[in-house]
Ligand binder design. Structure first.
Ligand code: GAP
Length: 465
């Protein structure tokens, strides 16, 4: 069976505990996210993510993560780094500069090929991507249209280095995080003494001057990528492509995304990027349709060959046994951190009908990714001493929220919206029986456990052996 046929028939594996919790969310009385507006307003109100430079009216295509969003993103990065770098003796992590030598982007093909087709509408004075206009050619802004001929618009964001703003000082903010990896490959391989196959990974910002940023953070002008470039012998390309596609699907399931909301889509030869010989997208079912969150690409020898030609350096490797000298082929996995976060936010959102006609919004994140792991809620300010002590102890290991004001029901609701898996309530009995109440976000069940047992209780659920 060919690689693309295998990818196309991917079907959902058995559910993990996090996904079983998600399946619970399909119960009657539960509404999953259908309109992005519901999520966008929650994200702004609770400080997950909101327009950048809001006080100046925002800046299109740029987003800021608040306290909850920054933690969510950090947890996602940490899980990726753990699975892709730390657990793999064959992968090294790096952290490169955002601006590379401008020749990098000539060699990579971005200066020549990295463009979208652009049209201006003379009637409404707006710009559109020609490939996103509908077949009837109507203006997306409505009303009459008067389009200019299509022209190519390069998506790289340019800047100047040094005092003179002339052609010689042009530089680019990186359009993908992988190009510095190719620049550094020889140095990293030698420093880390890695034989082929081996990989180099990094997480960092990328920039694209998108013509129409849209769908909340989905298509932004500044975003983050987590990329792995895995260098293999030419005879092993298929094997490693399949391996990494499987690994990456496993990862997305581990983040708690509903398997029914994940699928793979091989690229047709006509849609392949200029560097790719084969590509499979991992797609998530957003409320606005199925869209790519990650690409797995066979980049062949495109990058090392071109950087070798443009730099004049030999980027080949020599097999220590056979003495064969060859250019390794590259298998790439490239996930958008912001897009994955958006998928996590969409998947987590649910509205539940409660008894008495009330509703609650719950962000049902997998506990490992939840921004806050535990909320410590003393029933009265008079219970501050044991409550603060407990919070301080838990804070050494996890992000903990402390809230001693307002009615306890309202405090629980606020934590449901933040996606906090467990709330620990300290009450007036705690002093006499040494126990606290742990309330579960999803089932709302309450359990009484020893104050001294809380840390181990949480650890057993967050970090099972
Ligand atoms: N190095 C290969 C590469 O950059 P890509 O398919 O252009 O491939 C990889 O991008 C991932 O980066 C996408 O799957 C997506 O998650 C993310 N991404 C790309 N453009 C983006 C944008 N404008 N806004 C947010 N994320 C984006």
């Amino acid at each position: 069976m060919t690689r693309s046929a295998r990818a196309a028939i991917y079907c959902a594996p058995p559910a993990t505990p996090a996904q079983e919790a998600m399946a619970d969310a399909q119960r009657p009385g539960i509404r999953r996210l259908e309109r992005m507006d519901d999520l966008v307003s929650l994200c702004a109100r609770r400080g997950f993510v909101f327009q950048s430079s809001e006080i100046y009216g925002g800046i299109n295509g740029f987003w800021d993560y608040g306290p909850l969003g920054a933690e969510l993103k950090q947890n996602l990065r940490a899980l990726w780094w753990q699975r892709v770098v730390r657990e793999r003796p064959d992968v090294e992590g790096i952290d490169s500069a955002i601006i590379a030598h401008p020749r990098t982007w000539e060699a990579s093909g971005h200066v020549e090929h990295f463009s979208d087709p652009l049209v201006d509408c003379r009637a409404c004075k707006r710009r559109f991507r020609a490939d996103q206009l509908d077949d009837a050619g109507a203006c997306p802004a409505g009303g009459d249209h008067d389009f200019t001929p299509v022209r190519k618009f390069n998506l790289m964001l340019r800047t100047h280095i040094g005092a003179a703003e002339d052609v010689g000082s042009v530089a680019y903010l990186r359009a993908e995080t992988c190009q510095p990896i190719f620049n550094d490959m020889k140095r990293v391989r030698e420093a880390a003494r890695q034989p082929i196959p081996f990989g180099i990974a990094q997480i960092g910002k990328a920039f694209r001057n998108e013509i129409n940023p849209r769908n909340f953070t989905f298509r932004s002008r500044e975003f983050e990528q987590a990329e792995l470039e895995y260098f293999v012998h030419p005879s092993e390309r298929e094997k490693w492509f399949d391996h990494w596609l499987e690994e990456r699907l496993r990862f997305h399931r581990e983040t708690g995304l509903d398997p029914e909301h994940l699928r793979t889509r091989p690229h047709a030869p006509t849609e392949l990027a200029h560097y790719a010989r084969a590509a499979v997208d991992i797609e998530y079912r957003f409320p606005f349709g199925w869209h790519e969150i990650e690409g797995v690409h066979d980049r062949g020898d495109w990058d090392l060959r071109r950087h070798g030609e443009y730099s004049g350096k030999d980027l080949g490797v020599t097999d220590p046994e056979t003495k064969e000298h060859y250019l390794p082929m590259v298998i790439e996995t490239s996930v958008g951190v912001d897009r994955s976060c958006l998928a996590l936010l969409c998947d987590a959102w649910r509205e539940e009908a409660l008894e008495g006609g009330e509703t609650r919004i719950v962000m049902g994140f997998a506990p490992r990714l939840a921004p806050i792991k535990v909320a410590v809620l003393p029933l009265s300010k008079k219970l501050a001493e044991p409550a603060e002590k407990l919070a301080a102890r838990l804070r050494r290991r996890w992000n903990v929220f402390y809230d001693d004001s307002g009615n306890i029901g309202r405090r629980y609701r606020r934590q449901d919206e933040a996606g906090t898996p467990w709330c620990v309530t300290i009450d007036f009995e705690t002093a006499s029986d040494g126990k606290v109440t742990v309330r579960d976000r999803d089932s709302m069940a309450q359990e009484r456990i020893g104050l001294d047992a809380v840390e181990a209780w949480v650890a057993a659920r967050l970090e099972p052996a």
